[in-house]
Design a binder for this molecule. Structure first.
Ligand code: XLS
Ligand code: NI
Ligand code: NI
Length: 436
């Protein structure tokens, strides 16, 4: 029995010439690209929080979405929300979804009541996953909204908050494991500070390192096969967040002996906030061997905060997928739409339209990226640019068999005077434009 919330129950693929706003024009999930179905390349997920828990508030105004499952104060409403959510996953034909504990259950006050409410909804999700074939890309804990987290979760000066965070993470990992989730994500919105005047950086680093080690120990203890992912973000809500960007997270992982256990979930808008591009963050993670998954969205380039809009820029998305495909593509990760409709987009169909446009944008981007790889000119250019290093002598240099003095001797005895070569940036930009 459908709730009747959405105007249609299935979004068809109608091809590029379709003018139907409730149809895909570029995302044909069975289309083969580089020997793989588009659905298996992109691994789309809907974010429960933005589409079903966000009520439309902004810093200056309250809720604008008057959904029948708001306010979030009873199990009955939480069950209705779950029904509508799975109707949308099925209508869109997405293979995955993602959620926080606080998105799916009412806040009933104490830890034990909330845990019971959460577990009841998890059992409903398990049944709905069976019925629809939709799977869990990742689970996570909301350790940032409630006032108890205002001074941090793992990095809180109060050890009892640390314990509460550990208990919350444990129940979210158990639920993710129960639902066969492919990843578990940690985003530390409050793991940072508002002012250094009240903050001990060394202690907070130690606390955060211990928490992440406990997560990894527990993963192995229960036999969870998913990836553990940290999601970098430089600030917001904290003035400064410790998981600033991919390179910072890598340093943290090394410091705490976790670089082979934990990978990153990279979000487009967070990359921009950190002063990077999305592809910079992806390429860095691939180079360091910690690429895991992506949160796909877009920021407004004028407003300067994390606006979580749906992606609509094909050339940008194409470069992101280029680096993902070049790095071997997703394994357990995927494309999670960490994006919400604008607070004036009131109609139920606006939720569908937003995801349709985003999925079409990603499909076009991925196909352009695949075409660039299959054409081969761009990767060959880069390969060729470094090809001098392939000689045995230069490999010995990298392997540490040649020292500074030996290199100095070589330059003098062979009269080496290197000739600069063009980086051909404009040529490469024009080349990319042939595919997007
Ligand atoms: C907030 C983050 C958050 C994580 C999940 O900016 O993107 O939504 O993805 O906690
Ligand atoms: Ni975000
Ligand atoms: Ni995110």
């Amino acid at each position: 029995m459908s709730t009747g919330f959405f105007p249609v129950d299935r979004i068809p693929y109608e091809g590029p010439d379709s003018t139907n706003p409730l149809a895909f024009r570029h995302y044909d999930k069975d289309e083969m690209v580089m020997g793989k179905r588009l659905e298996d390349h992109l691994r789309f997920a809907v974010a429960y929080w933005h589409s079903f828990a966000y009520e439309g508030q902004d810093p200056f105004g309250g809720p604008t979405f008057l959904r029948p499952w708001f306010p979030n104060d009873s199990m009955e409403r939480a069950r209705l929300k779950a029904d509508v959510a799975f109707e949308m996953f099925s209508a869109l034909g997405v293979p995955f979804y993602c959620f926080h504990d606080a998105d799916i259950r009412p806040d009933l006050g104490g830890f034990a009541e909330n845990k019971r409410a959460y577990e009841e909804i998890i059992e409903i999700f398990a049944r709905k996953q069976e019925e629809t074939g939709v799977r869990l890309l990742w689970g996570t804990a909301n350790l940032f909204s409630h006032r108890r987290w205002m001074a941090g979760a793992a990095t809180n000066p109060d050890p009892e908050v640390f314990a509460y965070a550990a208990a919350t993470i444990k129940s979210c990992m158990d639920a993710t494991h129960r639902l066969g989730g492919e990843n578990y994500v940690l985003w530390g919105g409050r793991e940072g500070y508002e002012t250094l005047l009240n903050t001990d950086l060394a202690r907070e680093d130690q606390q955060m390192g211990r928490m992440l080690n406990m997560v990894v120990e527990y993963k192995h203890k229960i036999g969870f096969k998913g990836q553990i992912l940290v999601e970098p973000k430089p600030q917001e809500p904290s003035k400064h967040q410790y998981d600033y960007d991919v390179a910072t997270v890598y340093g943290f992982l090394k410091r705490h002996g976790l670089e082979n256990e934990v990978r990153v979930n990279i979000e487009q808008g967070h990359a921009i906030l950190a002063g990077h591009s999305f592809e910079h963050e992806i390429a860095t993670a691939v180079a360091l061997g910690i690429f895991g998954s992506i949160d796909m969205n877009r920021n407004d380039y004028q407003s300067g905060w994390d606006t979580d809009q749906f992606p609509n820029n094909v050339p940008e998305v194409a470069l992101a997928y280029y680096h993902i495909l070049k790095g071997g593509g997703f394994t357990q990760g995927g494309t999670n739409f960490d994006a919400r409709i604008r607070r004036q987009s009131l109609d139920p169909e606006d939720l569908l339209i937003a995801h349709i446009g985003a999925m079409d944008t990603c499909a076009r981007g991925l196909k352009a990226a695949a075409a660039m790889l299959e054409d081969g000119t761009l990767p060959a250019f880069v390969e060729n640019r470094y090809s001098g290093w392939n000689d045995a002598y230069w490999q010995d240099v990298l392997a540490g068999k040649v020292g500074l003095d030996a290199l100095a001797e070589k330059v003098i005895s062979e009269g080496i005077e290197p000739e600069p070569r063009s980086g051909k940036q404009e040529y490469l930009e024009n080349l990319v434009n042939r595919f997007v």
